[in-house]
Design a protein around this ligand. Structure first.
Ligand code: FAD
Ligand code: EPU
Length: 337
């Protein structure tokens, strides 16, 4: 394994930011990962998957470790489900397509999410009414300090909305090496109630959807709404949707009767940050090469030459305006480095 120096990370982050890594290594085996972790001459280490949930605000004076551990295996077969173990460096969407080709159900609503399998538990990826945790069994992670492999159960991962143990107390301490999922092989549970999935299926003339139909519908919806990072640099939703108390929401509704909300508990609702950013007039806003996507106000974009610092400045401007207008803080979902 070669440790390179002064490597541009532009091809490795979907924002397309041209920041450099002081050192860079790609690991393809657990032995290589263990070896690189032991190298004391590189005290700062950063784990990189597909780079689709990070904003690089400058050069990184660190050893950036690209996780390219590959492989997947079926570890258990029961009458109506299987358990699969997938290495961290596999591409998420390719895993979804592979599972659908084999008739395994569960991940179809999570189609077309960029990034690697090993990063998926970090923020408990979610879309269209399903979260990673719904099909997660466990993951295996290497502790940076000791190079020991540890298994984390569903409970130990402490998954929440765009949140996990690995974003909280375990932040920066582990490298996820593999993830195990439980998928159905028959009598699949179809989740079509979220957003416009049902309408999309109806419009395509699908009356009795299969898991493959749902995946195709989700892909079409996402392609209409979200910019393709290969064409326009972005990291998906830049902020999380804030959760507020029902009483705060009711007060806001007096002033903003159109403000949407989704019930999350008896006393809390989630409000779409996109709606608030849009209402503040930012949709389609552009300053230099940093901008807000013209179809989805929650997505910040890089029109070409924006620096991470410029994107961050725009993000802070948005946070300030939303806070001033609605009294609600919005926090980044994207990892700012
Ligand atoms: P990276 O950006 O490489 O890393 C993210 C974080 O995890 C970093 O802090 C990194 O250090 C850490 N990390 C990465 N790999 C490991 C590992 N193996 N072990 C330990 N730490 C690790 N997300 C959703 O939840 N739902 C969506 O619908 C969605 N849509 C998106 C659409 C677009 C167009 C884009 C660009 C992004 C979208 N995202 C979405 C965000 C993103 O795809 C996910 O968060 C994804 O899981 C990030 O994976 P990655 O491999 O690119 O992670
Ligand atoms: N809206 C606006 N203006 C806009 C866009 C949206 O007012 O420009 C309003 C609409 O009322 C819409 C609502 O906001 O109904 C929600 O929008 P959308 O359905 O596009 O979803 P989102 O809340 O913006 C979330 C996730 C996405 C995920 C989709 C589908 C977060 C932070 N984002 O987006 O995840 O794909 O739902 O489930 O929870 C990501 O995490 O990177 C991501 C893309």
């Amino acid at each position: 394994m070669i440790i390179k120096e002064h490597v541009s990370l532009q091809p490795y982050n979907t924002f397309g930011i041209n920041a450099k890594a002081r050192y860079f290594a790609e690991v393809k085996t657990l032995d290589e990962l263990s070896w690189v972790m032991q190298q004391r001459s590189y005290p700062k280490k950063l784990i990189l998957g597909g780079g689709s949930n990070m904003l690089l605000t400058g050069d990184l004076d660190a050893l950036v470790i690209l996780i390219s551990l590959k492989g997947k295996e079926i570890v258990e077969r029961e009458e109506d489900h299987i358990e699969i173990r997938v290495m961290a460096g596999e591409n998420w969407h390719e895993l979804v397509l592979w599972s659908l080709e084999h008739g395994f159900g569960g991940l179809e609503n999570l189609s077309l999410i960029p990034g690697s399998v090993g990063s998926a538990p970090i923020q408990n990826i979610g879309a269209y009414g399903v979260e990673l945790k719904d099909h997660f069994v466990s993951c295996e992670a290497m502790e940076l300090a000791t190079q020991h492999l540890q298994t984390f159960s569903l409970e130990e991962c402490q998954f929440g909305y765009r949140d996990s143990y690995f974003k909280q107390a375990g932040k920066g301490k582990y490298v996820i090496c593999s993830v195990s999922f439980r998928l159905s092989t028959q009598n699949h549970t179809l989740r079509t109630e979220y957003g416009t999935i049902a309408a999309e299926l109806r419009n395509s003339g699908v009356l009795h959807p299969t898991i493959q139909d749902i995946s195709r519908a989700v892909i079409r919806i996402r392609q209409q709404k979200l910019p393709d990072p290969a064409i326009l640099g972005n990291s998906g939703s830049f902020f999380k949707n804030p959760v507020i108390t029902t009483s705060t929401y009711e007060k806001l509704q007096l002033k903003y009767p159109d403000m949407p909300s989704y019930k999350v508990s008896e006393k809390h609702v989630k409000v779409p940050a996109a709606w608030m950013i849009d209402s503040c007039g930012f949709k389609g806003y552009r300053k230099g090469d940093a901008g807000v996507h013209e179809h989805q106000a929650l997505v910040l974009v890089n029109y070409g030459e924006a620096t991470g610092a410029e994107i961050l400045q725009l993000a802070e401007q948005i946070q300030e305006k939303v806070q001033k207008t609605f009294g609600i803080p919005i926090v980044p979902e994207v990892n700012i480095l």
